[in-house]
Ligand binder design. Structure first.
Ligand code: ADP
Length: 165
């Protein structure tokens, strides 16, 4: 059984990582697929997000990391994954996630979306919350893997203190 876990991961949080670890324990292979959305300008470039996830999942032998643009079902088909993994934090996620799951099944009924509930202690975590805390100099060490904490520090430090010419 192979599953695809698609998302923006801009950046990866400990909530995402918890989902990856739990998802990977349920299937033979888990492919984390990072969305390269040309319509959105991400905080971290695609290559950096891929690196963050590769480093943070190096201990998981059945997890691979890839990128995609376009439809999630096309990506799942390319990787021969019949399951799409998504996470649920709160009711607010549910409506959005259900809509996406129905849309994907309307495009191809061969795919099933499975949802894992968030770990309770990470239920408040989102990529945007993490960026908001880092922007104002708060510690994010309990919210993101070390490689992401370093990248966030570097990003917001240079945004506030651009190198003088
Ligand atoms: P997207 O832009 O596709 O929503 P995200 O990177 O924000 O991408 O999230 C990817 C998936 O991970 C979504 O299903 C989201 O609900 C889930 N997720 C995000 N944060 C958490 C968390 N703290 N705990 C569990 N699942 C989460």
């Amino acid at each position: 059984m192979k599953a695809l876990y698609p998302g923006s991961f801009d950046p990866l949080t400990l909530g995402h990582l918890d989902l990856i670890e739990r998802g990977a324990s349920l299937v033979d292979e888990l492919v984390v697929a990072v969305l390269q959305n040309p319509g959105k300008s991400p905080t971290f470039p695609l290559e950096q997000r891929l690196h963050q996830i590769r480093v943070s999942t190096a201990h998981l032998s059945n997890v691979t990391v890839t990128s995609f643009d376009g439809l999630t079902v096309e990506c799942a088909r390319r990787h021969r994954a019949r399951l799409i993994l998504r996470g649920l934090r709160a009711m607010s996620d549910f409506e959005y996630e259900l809509q996406i799951a129905h849309t994907n099944r309307s495009l191809d009924p061969d795919f099933e979306t499975i949802f894992l509930s968030t770990a309770a202690h990470y239920s408040f975590l989102s990529s945007s919350v993490v960026k908001e805390v880092a922007r104002f100099g708060g510690s994010v060490d309990h919210m993101v893997p070390p490689v992401v904490a370093e990248d966030l520090g570097r990003f917001f430090n240079s945004a506030f203190h651009p190198p003088s010419r």
